[in-house]
Ligand binder design. Structure first.
Ligand SMILES: *Cc1c(COP(=O)(O)O)cnc(C)c1O
Length: 425
């Protein structure tokens, strides 16, 4: 066995498929969001980031940084162990009650990441329920797929956001069998929203449990930032609401909220919760400060929606192939992995704009894209600058504009026809 050769071949395969990933060396600058330093071997340049999941810039919010400073000066850096052994800490307990309140649930449980929260919770619930059938949306995030896989439970995949298909599967399973429906509220690559009320209706009708991933909605939607379930008044109709502290809340960690009993069961049985060091008090305190701020402040959400809509409109008017999206996420279709990487490189090198290419397996082949995430800090001027840079890159690389592209785009990656009509085509 030539070990080295084996790994080289694995990497070469990614190069051959033009989807080898390269990460830019960036350093964010407090007070200048969304600006960052980009370091290469021979230079350091200030650039604009257009693909951050720090959706509201809370990672640099003064209240969040102050909470972090305060906690570190009082409690130091680490947690000191797993929560089982010696790592339970007051800021974490406080954070969990803040989260339970955010989603109107009895209890919350914090994990070291959103990935771990999904993997640990779904696998544990699926394993505890006897002969459980898990019904999973086909576009669910990798962390949910991992949870489903590790549960050992039987699974059925329903077509994306297709309630008729979900009902077929629920009906076939029967009312008596234990069933868990797992889905997301906002799907982060297309920016579409699940039919949550209809799924809750079906869950009631067929006596199934529901588990929703609100990672791309918490902080950003709802009057208190409780996500789409908050916005639509549906939190009470979903059994488990999962979220992250790492995106709109700007820190790190993941969580679930639900009834006391389910939360206690996951706390007591999930290896991914039990056998790993707790989130440090500094992070917990910062997350709590962020959640508390966004529970009362509407300004970030208002500006976020405004700048996202502006970006969609401005890019579409320039005939760029903006894909349909119901949310703050602005995907722009490229349709080829190599072109997608080249577009990203050119944006950075020529225009000082950072947008990571999104290629297979994150999205289906043929739907490669640039995924743009405007924040409240992307000014109108920056939006116009982005539009001009994209038009230059699309022209230089010969990437199809919206009009050329329309007939061949299908499924959930439809190019918005609005872009064409608005552009007068
Ligand atoms: C990012 C993401 C996660 C994982 O959250 P982290 O806190 O980054 O680990 C889970 N679900 C979805 C849909 C995500 O996009």
């Amino acid at each position: 066995m030539d070990y080295r050769r084996f790994f080289e071949d694995a990497i070469d395969q990614l190069h051959a498929e033009k989807r080898y990933r390269v990460f830019a060396n960036l350093e964010r600058i407090v007070g200048k969001f969304p600006r960052a330093l980009w370091r290469t071997a021979d230079s350091t340049r200030e650039i604009t980031v257009w693909c951050s999941n720090d959706y509201l810039g809370m990672g640099q919010h003064p209240a969040v940084i102050a909470a972090m400073h305060d906690a570190s000066s009082r409690m130091g850096s680490g947690a000191g162990g797993t929560r089982n052994i010696s790592g339970n800490n007051h800021p974490l307990v406080e954070l969990e009650s803040e989260l339970a309140d955010l989603h109107n649930k009895e209890a919350g449980l914090v994990f070291t990441s959103g990935f771990v929260s999904n993997e640990a919770s779904i696998s544990t619930i699926g394993r505890l329920l006897p002969n459980c059938l898990i019904l999973s949306d086909e576009l669910n995030h990798a962390s949910m797929i991992e949870g489903v896989r590790r549960s050992g439970a039987e699974k059925k995949i329903f077509r994306h956001n297709d309630v008729a298909h979900l009902e077929e599967l629920l009906k076939a399973a029967g009312k008596e069998r234990a069933k868990l429906i797992v889905f997301e509220s906002v799907y982060s690559m297309d920016g579409d929203i699940a039919p949550i009320a209809a799924i809750a209706d079906l869950a009631e009708k067929y006596n199934a449990m529901t588990y929703i991933d609100e990672v791309h909605a918490v902080g950003m939607y709802g009057n208190r930032g409780g996500g789409i379930t908050d916005q639509e008044g549906l939190a009470d109709r979903i059994d488990i609401i999962e979220g992250t502290l790492a995106k709109a809340f700007g820190t790190l960690g993941g969580y679930i909220t639900g009834s006391k009993t389910v939360i206690d069961a996951v706390r007591s049985y999930a290896p991914g919760f039990i056998f790993t060091t707790a989130l440090p008090p500094v992070i917990a305190a910062a997350a709590t400060a962020s959640i508390r701020h966004l529970k009362v402040s509407q300004e970030e959400r208002r500006l976020h929606q405004r700048q996202s809509q502006l970006a969609k409109d401005v890019l579409a008017l320039a005939n760029l192939p903006v894909m349909e999206s119901q949310t703050h996420i602005v995907p722009v279709h490229v349709g080829d992995p190599e072109l997608c990487k080249m577009a990203s490189d050119r944006l950075l090198e020529v225009h000082g704009i950072y947008i990571q290419p999104i290629n297979y397996p994150t999205v289906p082949r043929g739907t490669e894209r640039l995924r743009i995430t405007p924040t409240p800090f992307h000014s109108d001027e920056l939006v116009v600058e982005l539009k001009e840079a994209l038009v230059e890159v699309w022209t230089a690389l010969g990437i199809p504009f919206a009009k050329d592209n329309l007939p061949v785009i299908e499924t959930n990656t439809r190019v918005v026809t609005l872009a064409v009509s608005k552009a007068g085509g």
